[in-house]
Each structure stands twice: as C-alpha cells, then as structure tokens.
Design a protein around this ligand. Structure first.
Ligand code: FEO
Ligand code: CA
Ligand code: CA
Ligand code: CA
Length: 685
C-alpha cells in the first residue's frame, strides 16, 4: 500500500496545506460544489436595481504580520486589580500573537491548564498513551484526536464533579505517527484514525469550586464513540433504500461517525454534533450527487477505501455508504450505554453547528449551517413540543418536523454593494429573510423530489428552491439575553464580483463576517426574520474593508476567519478563529465581542492558541471565572521529527527515536483558562 499521506499540495485559502487536505479534503482547491443556477438574492429581487460592473482591484488587504498594534493599554498587574467593567470575566485584551509562538497566551491574571490530551486513557484498564505503539484498540479507550465541539457541565450540588463532552473532528497522521510506522502498519494507522474520530465523554473533578478541573480516569460516564461505534438512523429517511448497504439492508444501522465539527447541547441534556467534511473519506463515482457533496472519484488521500471496502462507493454493495454520513448526530453523554442516533429529519449536508433553542410555542428549533463556499443556512422546527423534565420524550423531538433553508434579501440598492465593504447609504448591511420549508413531517415541498431524496440530498433540494449562497456558514448560536441568532461566515474565496449581495458583500471574502438575525416576534419558529452584519472581520490597521459595527477601528483586536461562537451569561459574543495564521500572520484566537450598547462591535482578544492550532469549542463559564477551549491541530504544519509544535508536553527530542523513548509530538488538548487574581469563588447559580 502506498504511503497514506503523500506530499501535500498547496492551499488557496487561509489554512495550511495540511489542514486543507485532512480537515476538509482540499475543498478550496476544487471548484465549489454548488454549481446550481440557483441565483443569489440580488438576482431575484434586484431587478429594480442596476447591476453594477465588475470591480477593480481596490482595497486589497495585506497579509502583514501584526504583532502588537492594538493598544491594549497598561496591562493589569497580577494583583487582582482588574479594570472596572468587562462583565463577569474582566480582562485586559492580549496583544495579538505571532503565528510562530508555540504556547497558550492568556491575559494577565489568568492561567491555562490542560485538562485532557490526545491519547490520555479514559478507563482504569486503558493503556497509557504510547505514541510509538498506538493501535486501534488502545486509541478506542483513549481521548481522541482534534477535539472540536466542547461542553463542560457541572453536576451542581457541591460543584466538585461534572463532565466534559467533546467531539474529535479528524486526524493528522503525518504528526501522529513516524513515517516508518505508517509504511509498515497501514491497517493499524487506519484503525487508529477511525478510533481517534468521534466523541469523548469524560468525568471531571476538582477540590472545590473555583479550582481547575481534572479528568477522572475510569469515571462512571467515561465513553468513547468512534468511527466504529454503532449508530441508529432515525427520522423520515431512516430505512430508505438510499441508506442501505450490503452490511445494513435495513438502512438504519450505521457504523461510526466522522468529521464531527461544531455542535450544541440540547435543553434536554444530550449533545448534537454535525458530520461536516465526510466527503473526503470516500472514493466516489463522479455522479451528480457525489459531485454536489464534493466526493471525488479518485483514490482518497487517506486511503481508507484500500483497507475498508465500505469507503469505496464504486463497489455497488457500498454505493450508499456515504449517504449515511453528513447528518446531525445526537448522543446522551449521561448514559454510556445509549445508542447514539443520526437525525435524517435535519437533512444531509456538511453540517456545522446544531444549536437547539425552544421556541415561544414550545417547539425545538435547531440551527445549522452548511460549511462550503456558496452553500446554505438551515433550521429545523420540531412538530412536537418540548416537555420540561421528560428526557425520553424530548430525545425524540428531532425525528419529526419542518426543515427550512434560508433566503436573505437586502434593503439597499444592489448598486451600493461595492464588493469592497463600503457601507450602503442607509448605513448598514441589513435586510430581511425567509425560511423556505423543504420538508414538513413526511411531506416533501420540493417539486420532483421525494421526502427521502430531499433529506438525503438536501443540497440539491435547496438548490431548487433558490436558497441564498453564503460565505461558508460555520457556527450558529442564540444570544441567551436577547434571543438574537448569530452566524459565523468564515470566508469565501469563491465570492466573485458578480456574486456579491448585501448579506455577503465582499468580493473574495478572505476574513469572513458575522451576521446577526432576529426572528419575527423573536420567535425561533418564525418563518421570517431580519438580519444585519455585525462585523466584517479583518485587521483594523490595514484593511479597508473591516467593519466593527461603527466601533472605533483603533480600539479593536484584529480578527479573521470566525468559526466557533459562544455567549457568556451577559450576552457577550465570543468568537474563536480558524485561519488567522494565513490571513493575519497571527495565532488563532478567542475574542470577546460586545454586541449591544455603546460598545457594540468592540472586539477584545482573550487568548491565542499554540502554533498551527485552531481555537475550537469555546465554553464561557463567566460565573466560574473560567473559559474552556479545544485546541485543535497544534503543529499541523510539521512532520514527524520536524514538528512545528510540541505543545503541550514540550519534551525535547534528542536524535532519532528509539523504541521505549518518551516521544514528543503535539497533542490536541482541552484547556481550561481560569482567573487567578480576584477569583470570586462564588457559587454558580
Ligand atoms: Fe470543521 Fe467548518 O469547521
Ligand atoms: Ca442596508
Ligand atoms: Ca472551520
Ligand atoms: Ca468549525
């Protein structure tokens, strides 16, 4: 078998070549899969507006390294004298951090503590991490790779126990294994890879409230879910012929979950997570359906189809295997024996996010984006109502309901959308929108497509009804204070001058933007909404396009490629980034953004993650003086023996690796950043 990971190509986007290859299957180097004639809203509604000519090259953004231009003021001394204001988690913004720095950078008065790292054993009898001798069996009982979605939940009571749940999006074999190991153990590499995907649930403990959490080896809830774990398909497409394979003639039992990205914790205590770039694991046939989902017809880079035939869609017995991925999955972290499910009612696409909120009418609403250049934003509204305290009932809410896709319309003339970030004359990129239903219950609302077809080939269905092409929808979250919905649009290298619209107003949107949505009547089940752009990301010192809701440009931190988002208890938005090394020359970051009041649009950088890493899964426990992040793919640009990061272990490598050596390599890690000065140690309410 050839080496699993040949020389990697170059990237057109913001990420490293390695990230592109392994995370999303080089999505940006292929034509965007959405070639539908489905036009952006400008074409639909702007007949009254003149179509503007293609733009010139003004307003180019430089990629200059900016290390410290943000005036952070005098950093607070480490004595507890924090600045007034700043909410429940006061901090002085850190200066932006060069992309070469291989460590966590946190504000003065805070400390960073790893909670659990790739390979840490979850069970009493699980083997200790031995990077030179990993097997599928050992990996399946150890913490997985590339942690992404994250939640940390206290049990309450004395506040000394709780658990952590996170998913593991993908694997970086180049820095997980020595090349000789890859060459001589091809099946083991695949098995470790499959076992390093999925989820981890891990019990946590601490001596008292306010102290950092540590993980409990052998905790009662500890669980690994992997690429081998049985899942049950539920909802209207379960059992469909489109989901059957030779190994599962029922179309209801799937082996494993892959590429789980952003997610959410439901009001009933389960965790949702989106199967995102599932296409990269499969060798396809070149069918229109495969092309629309980015499934290539050549050998995959990972080569898993050479070890497990189910990844080879050209084998008729497994022709539908890829249809069994690309779903929102739901797991019950409190029951390690439960069978996780894949929800067909929420449609199949490159799901990013799965944010659940209960509408005024009591229905469960789930927001989710499709992370691809020029793909769409969706929501699902359950037909049945949420019942407080009835977990069994609530765990079936996502099996039946209405799946919508979003259309965005601007309120300014198209001629005022210059593509370079100039505000329209009404002073805002804003407008209204509608949620267009694709399926209600078991009824298809898409002409020419059955319910099963709409749910399995949702992208094609949304093409037909004219959904709005967006700049790579990433995470979506609802503000717990105002009820507004926030959408991170990470960037779009495929947004041409002829395609700009008021909701996606930048040509070649390199730095991304944040869109704010208000459902009609602030009812999450509404079918209409208004929207506005909160931030056009960028380097405020050099970008002519960046926009921070009118907040002074010299008082904000640079920010690019927004990805995962979260809120604190006061309704401040926290944005983690994925791509700042490429666009700004800076380590990826976590920023706090004020969204209401006179400081609306103020971006303050809270932390930076180590070299080559992406900031994922922010969890803001401001009442507990803590922020948690999943540090994903540290050192991803390195190779074995030439690592660009050795975080968090930092063990020196001294010459060629010998059997039995304690070997250092970067390890994706969940980190707690907690306040050491002025810690209030008050009870969580
Ligand atoms: Fe896995 Fe769209 O980020
Ligand atoms: Ca406007
Ligand atoms: Ca991302
Ligand atoms: Ca993401």
């Amino acid at each position: 078998m050839k080496r699993l990971l040949p020389m990697l190509g170059h990237t057109r986007g913001n990420r490293s070549a390695v990230t592109c290859e392994l995370k999303c299957g080089n999505a940006c180097s292929h034509p965007e899969p959405n070639v539908s004639g489905n036009e952006s809203f400008r074409d639909i509604v702007s007949g009254v507006f003149s179509r503007r000519a293609a733009l010139g090259g003004a307003g180019a953004i430089t990629g200059a390294l900016v290390v410290s231009h943000v005036a952070a003021g005098t950093a607070a001394a480490d004595n507890g004298n924090f600045p007034k204001g700043g909410g429940k988690l006061p901090f002085e913004p850190i200066a932006p951090v060069s992309r070469l720095v291989d460590d966590m950078t946190v504000p003065r008065g805070y400390q960073s503590t790893p909670i659990i790292r790739w390979g840490d054993p979850l069970f009493a009898d699980a083997p200790d991490f031995d990077i030179m001798n990993q097997t599928g069996a050992s990996q399946s009982v150890q913490f997985g790779y590339n942690c992404d979605y994250l939640n940390v939940i206290s049990d309450g009571r004395n506040d000394r126990s709780g658990y952590l749940v996170c998913n593991h999006e993908y694997t970086n074999e180049n820095i997980m294994f020595p090349p000789e190991y890859i060459a001589s153990n091809p099946k083991d590499c695949v098995d470790v890879g499959l076992a390093a995907h999925g989820f981890s649930v891990v019990d946590l403990t601490r001596g008292k409230q306010g102290q950092p959490w540590t993980y409990v080896r052998g905790g009662r809830r500890n669980r690994r879910i992997t690429g081998f774990t049985p899942f049950r398909m539920v909802g209207p497409a379960a059992g469909s012929d489109l989901l059957k394979t030779v190994e599962d003639p029922t179309g209801t039992n799937v082996e494993g979950t892959l590429n789980n990205c952003a997610g959410g914790t439901t009001p009933w205590g389960t965790v949702l997570s989106g199967e995102e770039n599932f296409n990269q694991y499969f060798k396809g046939t070149g069918s229109p359906e495969h092309r629309r989902y980015g499934i290539g017809s050549g050998d995959t880079v990972r080569g898993w189809e050479k070890v497990y035939e189910r990844f080879n869609l050209t084998n008729p017995e497994y022709a539908n295997e890829a249809n069994r991925f690309g779903w929102i999955v739901e797991i019950d972290p409190e029951d390690p024996n439960s069978t996780p499910v894949k929800h067909t009612a929420l449609g199949r696409f490159k799901h990013e996010a799965g944010t659940t909120v209960i509408s005024k009418s009591g229905h469960a609403v789930v927001y989710s984006g499709d992370d691809e250049r020029n793909d769409y934003v969706y929501k699902f509204v359950s037909s049945r109502k949420y019942v407080e305290g009835d977990k069994k009932h609530n765990m079936r809410l996502l099996e039946d309901g209405t799946l919508y896709v979003a259309r965005y319309f601007g309120n300014s003339p198209q001629s005022e959308i210059t593509g370079e970030g100039d505000l329209p004359s009404d002073g805002a990129f804003d407008g209204y929108g509608e949620w267009v239903p694709l399926v209600r219950g078991t009824e298809s609302l898409v002409p020419g497509m059955s319910v099963e077809e709409v749910l399995v080939f949702t992208r094609l269905a949304a093409d037909r009804i004219g959904a709005t092409k967006m700049d790579r929808p990433e995470d979506m979250e609802t503000n717990p204070v105002t009820g507004k919905v926030y959408l991170a649009l990470t960037n779009n290298s495929a947004r041409s001058a002829g395609m700009v619209d008021e909701a996606n107003p930048l040509v070649n949107n390199r730095d991304g933007h944040i869109l704010e949505m208000v459902e009609d009547g602030n009812d999450h089940a509404a079918e209409k909404f208004s929207w506005s752009i909160l931030i056009l990301c960028g380097n405020p010192a050099t970008s002519e396009r960046a926009y921070f809701a009118g907040y002074p440009m010299d008082k904000v931190s640079p920010i690019s490629c927004p990805d995962n988002i979260a809120f604190d208890s006061e309704g401040n938005l926290w944005i983690s980034t994925d791509g700042q090394p490429g666009t700004l020359g800076l380590c990826d970051a976590l920023h706090k953004v004020t969204v209401d009041g006179p400081e609306r649009g103020r971006v303050q950088q809270f932390l930076a993650v180590p070299r080559d890493a992406e900031t994922c899964g922010p969890v803001i426990h401001d009442r507990d003086d803590s922020v948690f992040v999943a540090v994903q793919h540290p050192g991803e640009n390195g190779t074995w023996g030439a690592h660009t990061s050795l975080w968090p272990d930092k063990l020196a490598q001294d010459g060629p690796v010998q059997a039995g050596d304690k070997v250092a390599a970067p390890r994706p890690t969940v980190v707690q950043v907690s306040r050491t000065s002025g810690n209030r140690s008050k009870k969580i309410k």
